[in-house]
Design a protein around this ligand. Structure first.
Ligand code: CTP
Ligand code: MG
Length: 235
């Protein structure tokens, strides 16, 4: 399975001076944890990192320190996550030999190798899938009016899932979906949403409760706790 890792953001909500993926987390940069998990997934045979050229020296340094067994290529990302993924999809589609692809956010550095392998296996049976977990909170749909934020409705929780990555697709369809998005000016926050707009089926694979997207400094604290437990439970 070929894997694209969007890593070309700046991490504004993290509030650091550099791309959040370069920040340290328990002894190595956040991106290194993501790469380590993907490398340990037996189904992943190639990794492309969508990233900004300004970050390439730092990312090359991370790769040099890691000695991964999976081939890794740095690819130029775009101005939005969607544009970054689109560039990666276009690149792989150009090879003419790749059938399926997984997309996994660099910022989800707690995903396990087992999750990558579960998604890869499931993608042999369908053309679109995402990792997801059941929503635990009761979610309210609101509208903001003159008197404040007013609740409109409460969707039935049993039907709600929180979307994660990896997300996996048949490459030719994902390429088509991104072309359509460019033509129509669609802006979405994940790739599944493009399939949904086109009426193409996307299935849920059981994700992981620990598969957080590191967005704010609190997430980094939580991630450190989880990794500490996972790799050094005795301490
Ligand atoms: N991403 C990307 N290209 C962009 C923007 C984001 O490849 N132009 C990547 C990020 O590097 C991250 C993933 O998409 O791995 C999910 O995005 P997010 O968590 O929002 O990261 P940032 O956009 O960097 O953070 P922020 O929105 O707080 O600026
Ligand atoms: Mg962002």
């Amino acid at each position: 399975m070929h894997l694209l890792i969007p890593a070309a953001g700046s991490g504004k909500r993290m509030g650091a001076a550099v791309n959040k993926l370069l920040l340290p987390l328990l002894g190595q940069p956040i991106l290194a944890w993501t790469l380590q998990a993907a490398d340990r997934a037996s189904s992943i045979e190639w990794i492309g990192i969508l990233s900004q050229p300004g970050d390439w020296p730092a990312i090359k340094q991370i790769l040099a320190a890691m000695d991964l067994s999976t081939p890794v290529q740095l690819l130029q990302g775009g101005a939005t996550r969607q544009e970054s993924v689109c560039k990666g999809v276009e690149y792989l589609y150009g090879w003419g030999t790749v059938e399926r692809v997984l997309i996994h956010d660099g910022a989800r550095c707690l995903a396990t190798p087992e999750l990558f392998d579960r998604c890869s296996a499931a993608l042999q049976q369908v053309d679109g899938l995402i990792a997801g977990i059941p929503v635990k909170d009761t979610i309210k749909v609101t509208e903001t009016g003159p008197n404040g934020i007013q609740i409109q409705s409460t969707p039935e929780r049993s039907r709600l899932w929180a979307a994660q990555t990896p997300q996996g697709f048949r490459l030719s369809l994902l390429w088509q979906a991104h072309q359509e998005a460019l033509a129509q000016g669609w802006q979405v926050t994940d790739d599944a949403a493009l399939f949904e707009k086109l009426g193409w089926p996307v299935y849920i694979v059981e994700g992981e409760e620990t598969n957080l997207k590191l967005t704010t400094p609190l997430d980094v604290l939580l991630a450190a706790q989880i990794l500490q437990q996972r790799f050094n439970p005795a301490r």
